[in-house]
Design a protein around this ligand. Structure first.
Ligand code: AMP
Length: 603
């Protein structure tokens, strides 16, 4: 593929989008032919096909796989064998995904031209936004982006998260000046691998330019909220720097950050420092974003999937005044698609899959708006019959599917693990709602709770906190089988929006029945099989909520990041399995509550 072909901007990018989506089926078949032609000499394809360029043979013979199946090939390349094991082009980097397989981080192969494909998708975002929010070229974007340090494989291939790869690439660093993509954060601050210094400098730059900022954001909502919490802890220092016109020399030592920030903090600005201080001093931070950045028109961050739980917190900090914009759906394996209706309600977000990103196929999971087949971790080993797969051009509205991709870099019919539902079409390109990741489940007996069900139940229960002026800021779960019968444990971190002077710790604000009622509400909202297990089989014990202290989930994030995760891509695991994670959570428990009664179950 010629990278130049993908260099579209503005109106031209939108015209290309029209063309691609009008010819979805054709684009996909040509792309698959191209992948097979380029990769025909790979050991992987030759293992399954005698004539590796034939689309029909590929469809008949190449199996649907999970990470465990391809891990040996990845490992061999990481150890120094040739890229041609899986790809016709050199594997230039291994992208560290946020997922794990058998406790190990997943490494996804990537080739140089993948950066062109990612850039093509990024270049679509502003032309799409510009159709809905005019004037975005008249100011700046305060987007908090972070990189993670990289480590080489034994053979010297860099391994890094996909976003780190992008920010370090010439596609980002040498981008031509563009009034639609004028960021407050200096590149050196984004590229600083010390996340604390990077965050400090990026927030400082965002505050200095507060009157020019038109949009706020981060990749995921969790990262944006983490920035707000950092600001809550550090605004005094930040204001000091603005007041004196000099960067805190004790904590910000990174030379790149210091050089870049000396350009931002040109001279002392006590007036600006006073303004910001007056805003940050307010008792309640409700609506603070619109006060600090009065011209901001929206917040851009992923708030679909597991990120949906952050919507109330984002709305709290924006006073409900800023639309939450989810622009794209992507992964380390492949970038997938864009949201063509970016101002829609987060619950309505659908992504249009771009047919030139990778070859997409779908494992049907259910019809008529009903998710029939619950995929769980066990199903990963299940062989998916290849004749069951549906092409991108042939998915049906309302149906649920698991996404499977084939890429130039050497993934063939690889299960991404995301469950999607078709909501409609843009031209001939299907649009999908993100439902959940397949492998996040709680199960004690025959019950199986997926992420969406858990989220729905928790959403029902957390409403009970509202009259107490409290907000569930984070949660995760654990299937506790150390007791017989085992039971579901939910770890909840609760934030009080207004502190009462009589408060003595988290628990005292609640009346004694509140959290047991929350337990019960979660159980009532879980599915039929769960309630049968609880009420009839008695194979599941009463659900427990363990309240954890403030900052616990930040600490959990730190733990995951210290083990090699990326701050940009970090998503709170909805189910904790790691011993270290559980130990951390359990060490922060303030109080435990159990469901006081069996949930309703009618045979
Ligand atoms: P990673 O491989 O770490 O980049 O994570 C990719 C995964 O993040 C995807 O497979 C999805 O499960 C999730 N993800 C990415 N973008 C979105 C989105 N817009 N909405 C919901 N989940 C997303």
């Amino acid at each position: 593929m010629d990278g130049k072909k993908l260099e579209y901007k503005g109106e031209e990018a939108l015209r290309e989008l029209e063309k691609l989506t009008e010819r979805t089926g054709e684009v996909q078949v040509n792309l698959l032919k191209d992948i097979l032609m380029k990769n025909k000499n790979t050991e992987y394809l030759n293992k399954y096909m005698k004539e590796p360029t034939e689309v029909t043979t590929f469809k008949r013979l190449v199996p649907v796989v999970t990470y465990a199946d391809i891990q040996p090939y990845i490992q061999r390349i990481a150890n120094g064998e040739d890229s041609s094991l899986i790809s016709g082009q050199t594997i230039t980097e291994m992208l560290r995904s946020s997922g794990t397989s058998a406790g190990e981080q997943k490494l996804m192969p990537s080739i140089a031209e993948d950066l062109d494909r990612r850039t093509f998708l990024y270049n679509l975002i502003m032309p799409i936004m510009n159709q809905y929010v005019p004037g975005l070229d008249k100011g700046k974007a305060m987007y908090l982006y972070f990189v993670k340090s990289e480590t080489p494989t034994p053979s010297g291939i860099p391994t890094r998260p996909v976003l780190t790869s992008y920010y370090k690439s010439k596609h980002f660093k040498c981008r031509p000046p563009d009034p639609f993509n004028d960021y407050t954060s200096p590149d050196q601050a984004i590229l600083c691998t010390d996340n604390r210094q990077s965050m400090y400098c990026q927030l400082l730059a965002g505050l200095v330019h507060r009157h020019q900022v038109l949009r706020l954001g981060a990749v995921f909502a969790s990262a944006f909220l983490r920035a707000i919490s950092f600001l809550e802890r550090n605004w005094v220092h930040l204001c000091n720097d603005i007041r004196t016109g000099s960067l805190d020399s004790t904590t910000i030592v990174d030379p790149g950050c210091r050089t870049a920030m000396s350009d931002v903090l040109r001279s002392p600005n006590p007036l600006l420092a006073d303004e910001i201080e007056a805003i940050c001093r307010c008792k309640s931070w409700k609506g603070i974003l619109c006060q600090l950045w009065p011209r901001a028109k929206y917040i851009e961050a992923v708030v679909t999937g597991t990120m949906a739980q952050y919507i109330p917190a984002l709305n709290f900090y924006s006073g409900g005044k800023l639309p939450l914009v989810c622009t794209m759906y992507a992964s380390s394996e492949c970038y997938f698609g864009v949201n063509l209706n970016p101002l829609c309600d987060p619950a309505e977000v659908s992504y249009t899959l771009l047919p030139n990103m990778g070859y997409f196929e779908f494992i049907p999971l259910g019809d008529n708006g009903r998710l029939l087949l619950m995929m769980d971790a066990g199903n990963e080993e299940e062989v998916v019959p290849v004749d069951k797969l549906v092409d991108l051009a042939h998915v049906r509205p309302g149906c649920y599917y698991e996404l499977v991709v084939t890429t130039f870099a050497g993934l063939y019919r690889y299960r991404i693990g995301d469950v999607l539902q078709v909501t409609g079409f843009y031209n001939r390109a299907p649009q999908f709602r993100f439902i959940c990741r397949r492998n996040v489940v709680l199960s004690i007996d025959t019950d199986k709770t997926n992420e969406e069900d858990l989220h729905k139940s928790v959403s029902m229960a957390k409403k009970l906190l509202e009259p107490y002026n409290a907000l569930l800021v984070e949660y995760t779960s654990y299937a506790d089988t150390s007791t017989i019968p085992g039971h579901y444990v939910l770890y909840w971190e609760v934030l009080h929006l207004q502190h009462s002077s009589t408060t003595n710790g988290v628990v005292s604000l609640f009346d004694a029945h509140l959290l047991p009622e929350c337990c019960s509400t979660v159980e009532e909202s879980l599915d039929y099989v769960y309630r049968r297990c609880r009420a009839y089989d008695k194979s599941v014990g009463p659900l427990e909520i363990r309240l954890v202290g403030a900052g616990t989930f930040d600490a959990l994030m730190d733990l995951c990041i210290s083990q090699g995760g990326s701050i940009n891509q970090y998503k709170t695991p909805r189910c904790i399995k790691s011993a270290a994670g559980l130990e951390l959570l359990n060490s922060r428990v303030k109080a435990c509550f159990f469901s006081p009664r069996d949930p309703t179950w009618i045979p």
